[in-house]
Design a binder for this molecule. Sequence first.
Ligand code: CAA
Ligand code: FAD
Length: 379
Amino acid sequence: MDFQLTEEQLAVQAAARDFAQNELWAGVIERDEHQKFPAEQVKKMGELGFMGMMVSPEYGGGGMDTVSYVLAMEEISKVDASCSVIMSVNNSLVCWGLEKYGTEEQKQKYLTRLASGEIIGAFALSEPEAGSDATSQSTTAEDKGDYYLLNGTKNWITNGSSASVYLVIAQTDPEKKHRGINALIVERDTPGFVIGPKENKLGIRGSDTHSLMFTDVKVPKENRIGEDGFGFKFAMQVLAGGRIGIAAQALGIASGAYELSLKYSKERKAFGVPISQHQAIQFKLADMATNIDAARLLCLQAAHDKDAHQDYAKSGAMAKLFASKVAMDTAVEAVQVHGGYGFVKEFHVERLMRDAKITQIYEGTSEIQKIVISREILK
Ligand code: CAA
Ligand code: FAD
């Protein structure tokens, strides 16, 4: 693994940092407070190439590597983790899945517009009764010859009301268990498809999370991704890469909280000196910086594995498990470094603390990452 970033990677990092500082910072507290979807900001992310970073230029993407994607995710997440989850779902779940496993027709019809950010996508695996236990799908996709009849409910879907295209996982043949599951492309305006109310969340409040209801929704056969029964493997493959994106999101939340703490500790005085001169504060900063560097190395390792076409299920899970803990720990300590000011919205760290928590839950909880890692090391 090369520890030196290329000029292109550094340029992507700088562009993402500029965008986050200049375009996201100013309104982030208000968007969080009012659960406002960052529509304008997402449009700009599309124009800057952040919505389809790894998609090949042939389909309108940036043709970048996963390392660049991690760097951009970190910078954007430092400021607004709602924007970065929208970006992450579009890039690593929807675009990557379609480019890797979609037909040429599906790519022409959907991928080009998704990669440019003209439209955004959603990925619907979780259900009210099936989150971690993802093979227990209740949503059904009955094979009716030239179409599937989709029935059921999906829960907690990011980009739930803002997406135009949904990758929906559903059971076609229950006897075949997970080998009878399919992944279908469902367009937003398909009759019988209803979007539930927006969830009122602890964190990432700018992102829109909704349940999706399907009643006798007809999905043409040509909208199935891969062979019949490939849907669960598709979901697992897509999530293996998605977890690198969420690891980078967690890394960014931690870095953002650390940078704010470092700055504040040099400005705030107590007992006649800046609080950064108290060893208790210095040690908090030292722990934060060390953990963040370790998390970044794991993220880059996983990204490198993916770019080198090596197996990345384990390294991605390790990166997510570790970085999400670092995000949570760092954000809690950042609030402590800020004292009472950390408890109010203007200082940003309380929001980062609330945002950090989701990184230990979605795209596989920390317990699920440990299952993935332990199975890999024991096999
Ligand atoms: N690549 C390809 N196939 C894989 C795979 C991978 N990385 N991991 C597992 N599989 C395959 C297995 O090979 C197996 O298929 P075969 O029997 O044909 O070989 C099949 O998947 C089932 O695997 P398991 O027997 O290991 O299944 P399990 O029931 O024990 O569960 C699990 C495995 C890892 C726990 C899985 O259910 C899981 O990942 N759960 C968490 C779900 C999750 O991450 N949801 C995220 C939703 S999206 C989201 O959250 C987005 C967001 O917030 C922004
Ligand atoms: P459960 O699976 O019920 O887990 C409850 C607890 O039990 C957890 O601590 C879990 O780790 C633990 N547990 C469960 N099984 C085991 C086990 N075998 N061993 C040890 N511990 C176990 N899903 C999508 O499909 N698409 C999305 O876009 C999406 N976006 C989301 C956005 C938000 C804001 C949220 C909150 C969720 C989102 N999800 C999405 C769903 C998310 O992936 C699930 O919430 C997550 O996978 C956990 O599932 P669950 O909530 O059903 O918890």
